[in-house]
Design a protein around this ligand. Structure first.
Ligand code: BG6
Length: 477
């Protein structure tokens, strides 16, 4: 179990709190990780009372926690630890009530599940009312800025009241089981690391394909697009974990220092190495233009790009990234495509004697290494590619089936005071410094995204991005 804590969730009536934070906390409570003395305090603008808020939490658990994990007695015990204060982020209402709820001698954490425009107000008032102290932690969500200038301004605002060691910037991709496993696979095995460089790796593909569209978030998404929504943060983090040098220790700053070096080594991306797409409407389903409610929108719901990491290890090994909405399948994976052996001693060389290590983030988290073997049977020396497959859930038996959701794990890390899986301010800024010129280029050229059919694997031009280099994307299933 973690230490006893008081966790205040600002924006407690919002979507993220309902879908992820509160159900996640309940699951950790059920698993015994949260001691019964812990307290969760919802804070939001709505003038609710405690019983009303508790009802909202009950409803959130009913909707977002799997039936086999819903135990009425446990739910009631969990809910009895929940409080609520109506609070005015920009005014004085509610702050003294909140202060009165905080207990001395327990870990204090404040989750800012609100629009970034309110971060400064919350930070300031937490200090003004002496609710936060030097040990308190704050958790902030994306979007962390929409460019370098706004990210810097946000960092400065938070830094006025909290030290970097108190700030937990969430990128929920870092909380995914497989993402952490990536570090274990790389740095706890001798097998992969010697081959993990430009000499042996032909290229890397990172795919985050979604079947959903913008799902009612059109107003936010249209100002963001795939580049800001997914690439600047989630995909960048995945790239860092693959490309980084071994940290000297599995320690927050050692890991983050290495990630930062990768971001700084990223080359500017020329326009011909990027393809932007926008899904089209088909048979009764609206296209992106209708979903975004902006008839003139030029926002991309898909982006594919070829990225070069200019350092000793990766010189000449491209990283191809793609992500999009309304694609054929939901699949997030990282594929490391190794080079072919330098010389084939077999007559039937088909030209695809490559080994591929696939790290699946979702669905079915796991790893798969394809190796060449002899085709079984009397047909002579014919080669075939077979997978060495490892599903984490299967490999870990019952424990594996209970892989915690990214948010639950990250919130527990906040309570434990472990920042390894959170983005440091300089990382976020470096990521924007790389993303900004790409987006500014589109704006300057008035770039229009290519249409692609909903349910396809993205725009045709994205295929060309690979074909041109004599490579092909892995299939999205
Ligand atoms: C969010 C993006 O950060 O990540 C969404 O804002 C996206 O647009 C989501 O759908 C994907 O997360 P996951 O965990 O479902 O892959």
């Amino acid at each position: 179990p973690v230490e006893v804590f008081d966790l205040v969730i600002f924006g407690a009536t919002g979507d993220l709190a309902n879908r992820k934070i509160l159900p996640g906390l309940y699951r950790r409570y059920l698993s015994g990780q949260i001691p019964p003395e812990c307290r969760i305090i919802g804070a939001a603008r709505s003038a609710m009372d405690v019983p009303e808020f508790r009802n909202m939490v009950r409803a959130a658990i009913a909707e977002f926690v799997a039936a086999e994990k819903r135990d009425d007695a446990v739910i009631e015990a969990f809910i009895s630890q929940i409080d609520y204060v109506a609070i005015d982020a920009k005014g004085e209402g509610g702050w003294s009530e909140l202060k009165a709820l905080m207990r001395p001698g327990v870990v204090r954490a404040f989750y800012f599940s609100v629009a970034p425009a309110l971060f400064g107000d919350l930070a300031e008032r937490l200090h003004l009312h002496a609710i936060a102290d030097a040990q308190s932690r704050i958790v902030v969500e994306k979007p962390f800025g929409r460019d370098l200038a706004s990210a810097r301004a946000l960092n400065e605002t938070l830094a006025a009241h909290f030290s970097e060691a108190q700030i937990y910037r969430i990128d929920h991709y870092l909380g995914k089981e497989t993402v952490q496993n990536l570090m274990a696979v790389r740095f706890a095995n001798i097998l992969f690391e010697p081959l993990w460089n430009a000499q042996y790796v032909d290229h890397v593909q990172i795919t985050v394909a979604e079947t959903v569209g913008v799902e009612g978030r059109g107003a936010y998404y249209d100002k963001s697009g795939a580049m800001r929504d997914m690439v600047q943060n989630h995909m960048m983090q995945l790239l860092c974990l693959i490309a980084m040098e071994p940290p000297y220790h599995f320690d927050p700053d050692a890991v983050r220092d290495e990630k930062l070096k990768v971001i700084r080594a990223l080359q500017p991306v020329p326009p011909e190495d990027i393809v932007r797409g926008q899904y089209l409407g088909a048979k009764g389903t609206p296209g992106y233009v209708a979903d975004s409610e902006n008839p003139d929108t030029k926002t991309e719901s898909y982006v594919a790009l070829k990225v070069q990491v200019a350092n000793w290890r990766w010189q000449g090994t491209p990283f191809y990234l793609r992500t999009g909405k309304k694609l054929r399948g939901r699949a997030s994976e990282i594929a490391i495509i190794f080079k072919e052996p330098p010389h084939s001693i077999f007559d039937d060389a088909k030209g695809w004697h490559e080994n591929v290590l696939v790290i699946r983030l979702q669905p079915n988290e796991g790893m798969n290494l394809s190796v060449m073997i002899k085709e079984p049977g009397p047909g002579g020396m014919r080669l075939t590619q077979v997978p060495l497959d490892m599903s984490f859930a299967e490999a870990l038996g019952e424990d594996g089936a209970d892989i915690p959701d990214a948010y639950e794990r990250l919130i527990m890390d906040v309570i434990r005071g472990n920042q390894t899986l959170f983005m440091r301010g300089d990382e976020v800024e470096a990521a924007w410094a790389w993303t900004d010129p790409i987006i500014e280029g589109w704006e300057a050229r008035d770039d229009k995204p290519r249409g692609y059919d909903a349910g396809s694997s993205g725009p045709e031009d994205a295929l060309m991005l690979m074909h041109r280099d004599g490579r092909r994307w892995r299939e999205i299933r």
